[in-house]
Design a protein around this ligand. Sequence first.
Ligand SMILES: [Zn+2]
Length: 506
Amino acid sequence: MKQLRQNIRRVGLLLCVLFSLLVLYGAYSLTNYGSRWFSTSANSWLRGAKQDVVPGDIYDANGVLLAGSLVTDTPEGFTVTRQYHTDPAVRRSVAHAVGDASGNVANSVETFMAKALYGFDQSLTERVSDFIGGQRRKGDSLTLTLDSALSAYILNRLEAIRLPADEPGEATLAPAGAVTVMNWKTGAVLAELSYPTFDPANLQTAARSSRQPYFNRATQGMYAPGSTFKVVTAAAVLGDPQLSGRSFTCTGAYETEDSEGRTRLITDAGTDSAQGILVSHGQIDLRRAFRVSCNNTFAEAASLVTDAKLRRQAMAFGFDANFLFRDIVLENSSYPDENRTPWQIAMTGIGQSGLQASPLHLCLIASAIANGGVMMEPKLVARATASNGTTRRVLEPQTARWVFDDPAVPAMLRDYMYDVVNAEGGTGTRAALVGWRICGKTGSAEVDSQARTNALFIGFIDDERAPYALSIVLEDMGGGGTYAAPLAHDIFAYLVEHLQNTGELL
Ligand SMILES: [Zn+2]
């Protein structure tokens, strides 16, 4: 009997401990990731609040009103009509980041930040004082890190690009894709564009489009990184003392084996076996191979590094991580499953074979290299302001992850990326900007069942005075050096010009 009582007491104690842990975990999750839970449509509090709270306004980094509310009194109370910026170019350029009143865009500020916008961050005293004062309750206003003028400029440049025509004279559309720009020191996101976009003030047109205009390709789109992934492969080689000084021989076609033991060739760009054209770089070191984006070398490098070490390096950059950022919902990037054939491993070295990353993650990778190996958490909210004017919170830069143990590796990668844009034979020279250390990497990623490749570019300004990084993905466009690098040049030029005219960072 005594034994039994003791056992019951033990079990009871264990349950108490477990329950306390659950409560602590719940409190922790709610404090840190409350927005995630809060913005789900199942939340009945939020549905209730939408009836009797005026949502807060949304501003860009310069105080430009991006979303406000028109309040109309009715016999039952009032109704709110959400109103967006007057310029359609601005509305369309920030549409995915800001969102729309109907919640068509998943995880936009309008939905993901509903907790703040509908006043759930207010204290009891604030609510009571609003109630006593007979005031209509208004949620917190948010000032974003986004620059709407920069965003509209990028949209304008993007829409000037046209997909290649299949027939001469055929009219074509601007390519689908995404452009992201951030401050690599603070993590502040300055632009987050997804294309095709839509006009939140005219949703009928978007509803008729078959090109998924509500889908946020910048944060939710999954793309093969192609040769932009060579920064990861190069990092793995440079971090391996047995390989870092190694020289390679490029024959223009790296021979490897698939699962059935058949020979597979990984060829360099420009090689066309049907035409008998073979591009080979001969004796080549890693730095030049990176500059000319030699597939032969990087396929071989991945094989030498081994799948396990390449995976570890990719994971250090955030592949396979569960991204849980406070301001932004970012789809997780993935490194392919284990037990792969030599061919698949070699293809990973050049950014193919099941690798998937979002454009914003690619921008984070470039940012981490620029920032000495420290990846900052992407931030979208510069400031939250209560309806009585007091500041609720301001942006505090946070480290998302330390990518490198050895600071020498990101320093070498910066030089490699500088060469891509500035040295003879570099694939990204069209991104160059006189007077600035522009660093980058081009990519032309093959997509199954597609005739054309996606054009990619990731890069940054290697200068503390202008700490900008960007990523560009243009679907079905062709070569990254030809189509994405010129857009990178335009964006860097805009940023630097603004800096020189105003003396202020965007
Ligand atoms: Zn080569």
